[in-house]
Design a protein around this ligand. Structure first.
Ligand code: NAI
Length: 345
């Protein structure tokens, strides 16, 4: 039996993980707490830990897990900016779920955009109160507008297809443009200057942190709509708030927020929220916030559980493989062991 400490467990995680775990004799130790230096000891006696986007997997946590004999960190997410993969190298293998439903995230980005530009969130509240007035609900057509997509990977490409279906003109920036994709690639500056809507679909790295800051916002069109379903740290939230107050940013649709770790995914109603910036953003009439919900479809949850269980089985299976492994050298070295179907170390 393989024992796995499952951190930050939510009600919606359990059915699919129970199903796939039972098929292969994997026993999950469900923990509602997040993984951090104080809670790493709860993994004692486990072979692996299963973590999500707001678990802290820094060098100190990795050291503790290593001491407890944990051999595998199985992320049940695609993004892994919360894991110090360099510190893990040589100690604990790290695996992730590279794609579970890119459609879920791309469709959520479009749902947020449509909600915002057609004021659906306001209309919903009004009609529930039998207020059938249309005043201040005027939106704008997406057809014919220019959308700037940052990151043309799995999610970005699907979002582009959806936008094209709406008759939008698509431009994009990617550090590694996809050849022969038919996408019109431009520089970040050109993207900021030309886009009516900007949607972020690149990973959070040292290079992309705060890529949307005061300077970038200053270069954007007045009234630009910014959609972020990627990672909160891509946007300097204070600069965004200033841009909204200055009427430069027309609307923001945020599924992620830089300081979301202790706030999102939990019911905070009835509590005093200690994040003034988030309070201010939420109070703006042209800001829509969802709490890192873009991935949350039945299809995605099923795929996440199935791939995570397969990743765990692959590692502990004894044939020397490790499906979907990550290491700090991924994409940076020429002689990648993974490409030879070997483990990263
Ligand atoms: P992907 O790896 O398929 O695509 C990422 C793209 O970003 C690649 O084309 C890559 O070349 C590009 N990129 C890398 N560095 C860049 C840079 N410095 N500037 C511009 N582009 C750069 O990833 P995928 O599956 O499309 O996911 C994108 C992001 O969506 C993830 O990194 C994750 O943060 C986020 N995500 C959010 C979810 C949610 O529930 N809100 C769920 C799943 C993913």
């Amino acid at each position: 039996m393989i024992r796995v400490a499952f951190y930050d467990m939510k009600e919606y995680d359990k059915p699919s993980f129970e199903h796939y775990g039972a098929l292969y004799d994997i026993r999950f130790r469900y923990l509602e707490t997040k993984l951090n230096e104080d809670t790493a000891d709860l993994a004692r006696g486990c072979d692996a830990v299963c973590v999500f986007v707001n678990d802290t997997v820094n060098a100190a946590v990795i050291e503790k897990l290593h001491e407890h004999g944990v051999k595998l960190i199985a992320l049940r997410s695609a993004g892994y900016n919360n894991v110090d993969v360099q510190a893990a190298f040589g100690k604990i293998h790290v695996v992730h779920v590279p794609a579970y439903s890119p459609y879920a995230v791309a469709e959520h980005a479009m749902a947020l955009l449509l909600t915002s530009v057609r004021r659906i969130h306001k209309a919903y509240n009004r009609t529930r109160d039998f207020n059938f007035s249309l005043n201040r609900l005027t939106g704008f057509d997406l057809h014919g507008k220019t959308v700037g997509v940052v990151g043309t990977g799995k999610i970005g490409r699907i979002f582009i297809d959806i936008c094209r279906g709406f008759g939008m003109h698509v431009i994009a920036y990617d550090r590694f443009p996809a050849p022969d994709s038919g996408i019109e690639y431009v520089t970040p500056d050109e993207l900021f200057a030309r886009s009516d809507i900007i949607s972020l679909h690149c990973p959070l790295t040292e290079e992309t942190r705060h890529m949307i800051g005061a300077d970038a916002i200053g270069r954007m069109k007045k009234g630009v709509v910014i959609v972020n379903t990627s990672r909160g740290g891509l946007i300097d939230a204070e600069a965004l708030l200033e841009g909204i107050k200055a009427r430069k940013v027309g609307a923001a649709c945020l599924d992620v927020y830089e300081e979301e770790a202790d706030i999102f995914f939990e019911d905070r109603s009835g509590h005093i929220l200690n994040d003034d910036l988030l309070l201010r953003l939420i109070s703006m009439p042209n800001v829509i916030v969802t709490s890192h919900q873009a991935f949350l479809t039945e299809e995605a949850l099923n795929n996440i559980a199935e791939t995570t269980v397969n990743n765990i089985l692959s590692y502990f299976g004894g044939d020397g493989l490790c499906d979907n492994e990550l290491c700090y050298r991924c994409g940076h070295i020429d002689h990648c062991r993974k490409q030879r179907k070997e483990r990263c170390f």
